[in-house]
Design a binder for this molecule. Structure first.
Ligand SMILES: Nc1ncnc2c1ncn2[C@@H]1O[C@H](COP(=O)(O)OP(=O)(O)O)[C@@H](O)[C@H]1O
Ligand SMILES: [Mg+2]
Length: 214
C-alpha cells in the first residue's frame, strides 16, 4: 500500500504538522494508517500518536520510530497498512534518502520564504537521482504556513518561483498559518478533529490531492 514520505531539507517547514494531519484525515476516512517517525526531535509525530491514546473518542493511529536506513522497514510495513506516512528529520538525512527509494509520493512542505524556496532545486536533483532506483516516485511541493492576511504577496511570489521546477509540481492546496495547527498537536488531534472549519477544509483538500497523486 502507498508510502507517503513527508520530507524537506530544512527544519520547521511543517513536516510533522503535515504528517499528523494527513494521518488523522485518512484515518477518519476509514483507512488503517501507520506513521513512521524518523525524527528524534521533541515535537515528534510519535509523541502526537501517544498523546492521542488519552482520548478514547479518537481513532487510534499507530506510530513507530525508525532511524538510519529505513528502506527494509518500509518495504515490510507497507504490506500491513492502507497508508504508511514517513515523517522525515529536518535536514537532508539517511532516513530521507533511503525512504525515497521506496516511497510512492514525496510531499515537500515549503514555507513561502526564499530560504525554503532555495531548497527546491537541490530537492529536484535528489528526486531525479532517486527515480533511477525507484521510478514510481513522484514528488510534490506543499506550501505551508502561508500568511492569511490578504495583502501578502509571499504566496504569489512563491508560486511563481515554483513554476520553474516542473519536476516537483505544487499541490494546489496550501496550509495557512493558523493557531489550530499549533494547538492541536499537543492535544494529539488533527485539525479535522477540532472546531476550526478553515483548517479542516485545507487538510481535506490536501488529502484528496494526495490520493489523486497516488
Ligand atoms: N500551518 C501552520 N500554522 C501555524 N503553525 C504551524 C503551521 N505549520 C506548522 N506550524 C508550527 O511551526 C512549527 C514547525 O512545524 P513542524 O510541523 O514541527 O515542522 P517540521 O516537522 O518540518 O520541523 C511548529 O511549532 C508548528 O506547530
Ligand atoms: Mg518534525
Amino acid at each position: 500500500m502507498p508510502v507517503i514520505l513527508v520530507a524537506s531539507q530544512k527544519g520547521g517547514t511543517g513536516k510533522t504538522t503535515t504528517t499528523v494531519n494527513v494521518a488523522a484525515e485518512l484515518s477518519r476516512l476509514g483507512h488503517d494508517v501507520l506513521i513512521v517517525d524518523c525524527d528524534k526531535s521533541v515535537q515528534s509525530a510519535s509523541t502526537w500518536a501517544q498523546d492521542r491514546t488519552q482520548d478514547d473518542s479518537l481513532p487510534r493511529i499507530h506510530a513507530v520510530q525508525k532511524t538510519g536506513n529505513v528502506r527494509e522497514t518500509l518495504i515490510d510495513l507497507r504490506g500491513r497498512y492502507d497508508y504508511v506516512i514517513v515523517d522525515a528529520p529536518g535536514h537532508d538525512s539517511q532516513e530521507m534518502r533511503t525512504a525515497m527509494t521506496v516511497a510512492d509520493l514525496m510531499v515537500i512542505p515549503v514555507r513561502p520564504s526564499q530560504l525554503d524556496l532555495d531548497t527546491i532545486p537541490g530537492m529536484a536533483e535528489l528526486v531525479q537521482v532517486a527515480q533511477d532506483m525507484n521510478p514510481k516516485l513522484k514528488a510534490v511541493a506543499l506550501l505551508t504556513q502561508v500568511p492569511t492576511y490578504s495583502s501578502a504577496t509571499e504566496e504569489d511570489e512563491a508560486k511563481d518561483f515554483m513554476l520553474d521546477f516542473p519536476q516537483i509540481p505544487r499541490i494546489d492546496g496550501a496550509l495557512k498559518i493558523r493557531k489550530a495547527y499549533r494547538d492541536s498537536i499537543p492535544a494529539g488531534r488533527g485539525v479535522i478533529e477540532t472546531a476550526n472549519t478553515s483548517a479542516k477544509a485545507e487538510v481535506q483538500v490536501l488529502v484528496k490531492e494526495i490520493q489523486a497523486w497516488l
